[in-house]
Design a protein around this ligand. Structure first.
Ligand code: HEM
Length: 305
């Protein structure tokens, strides 16, 4: 028996029959130590051990753990303002995940998905990212009509999630999008018509003019420099290009994953995955390949060397 229960026994008022005993002139009042001796007596159910040897009982441990848990949850809520688990948000603690599990996966075509753009208040709001459908009903203000990101609702606009071109790229077609991360040759950019803009911090306001293109004389001077870099061979250029594309594709995957993390609810947003977009075989090839949107093209890094 746990210690707290034992304590309550030893401190409880004497039972009527015990009082009778103590009041009996023939039997002396049992001293308190007698009660303790009684409690410390060997209990066959405890495997022959006395209660004092048992230490803290299971119930005590549970109570202490419960107290710690409660305290931690309270502190987490105060600190984070939204989480009782210090931001830890595994799938099994999310109501949406269970709802999706019970209802089974949603399978919609792109056309069917469009019905879940928030215009019908009775329907959930869905958006898709690279074929995965998420329920973003908790963000109806953002994704519903009039919301700042309504254009993402009811469709798979994976490309726009990468490029940020919300007008042109509302499509799941990611072909060639990695190019936005591939550096363009420095030699491609500077020219007399299109000089590299520079910022002179000492120039008066309104006089931050771009540098003019290097003059031919200056060019030849710099190319005569001792120790100037040798131009890369065709093979070296090819290898570099391949490496850059590999890196660029990695960046696309990472950027996409960042959004998946948000919509899965891993970061605490009450969104969750509900299913997949169903598309016919060869759907991508049937689409017209697209150019990189202007903003993404302009944002491409420029190779220094
Ligand atoms: C690739 C570019 C971008 C993408 C794909 C994007 C996408 C998004 C998405 C999906 C949300 C909603 C997140 C949620 O449901 O919690 C959001 C929120 C927000 N974004 Fe962007 N964003 C981009 C760039 C920007 C930029 C450049 C700005 C600032 C100028 C910006 C400002 C905001 C603001 C203020 C919110 C909160 C709005 C709200 O909750 O209604 N975003 N963004």
């Amino acid at each position: 028996m746990p210690i707290h229960q034992r304590h309550s026994i030893s401190s409880r008022p004497a039972a009527p029959d015990e009082t009778d005993e103590s009041e009996s002139p023939s039997t002396p009042t049992p001293p308190i130590t007698n009660t303790k001796t009684k409690n410390n007596a060997t209990n066959p159910e405890d495997g022959g051990k006395s209660d004092s040897e048992n230490g803290i009982g299971v119930l005590d441990v549970l109570r202490i753990l419960g107290g710690i848990l409660l305290l931690s949850s309270g502190m987490s809520w105060l600190a984070t303002g939204e989480s009782v688990t210090w931001g830890w948000n595994p799938w099994f603690l999310r109501v949406g995940e269970w709802k999706a599990l019970v209802n089974g996966p949603v399978r919609l075509t792109d056309a069917q998905l469009a019905e879940y753009d928030g215009t019908d208040p009775k329907k959930p709001v869905y958006l898709a990212l690279n074929g995965t459908i998420y329920d973003v009903s908790a963000g109806r203000k953002t994704y519903g009509p009039g919301g700042s990101y309504h254009f993402f609702a009811g469709r798979d606009a994976a490309r726009a999630f990468i490029t940020g071109c919300f007008a042109e790229d509302l499509t799941p077609d990611l072909r060639g999008v990695e190019e936005m991360y591939v550096p363009i040759d420095a030699s491609d950019t500077p020219s007399a018509e299109n000089p590299v803009p520079t910022y002179d911090p000492l120039a008066p306001a309104g006089h931050h003019t771009p540098d003019s293109a290097p003059k031919p004389a200056e060019k030849s001077k710099s190319s005569d420099n001792v120790g100037a870099k040798k131009p890369l061979t065709r093979t070296e250029l090819k290898i570099r290009r391949e490496q850059e594309y590999r890196q660029a594709r990695k960046k696309v995957r990472a950027a996409l994953e960042g959004w998946h993390v948000l919509f899965r609810g891993d970061k605490g947003k009450p969104y969750f995955k509900v299913g997949e977009v169903v598309r016919e075989e060869g759907w991508l090839e049937k689409m017209e390949p697209r150019e990189l949107c202007e903003a993404a093209r302009k944002g491409r890094p420029v190779r220094k060397d």
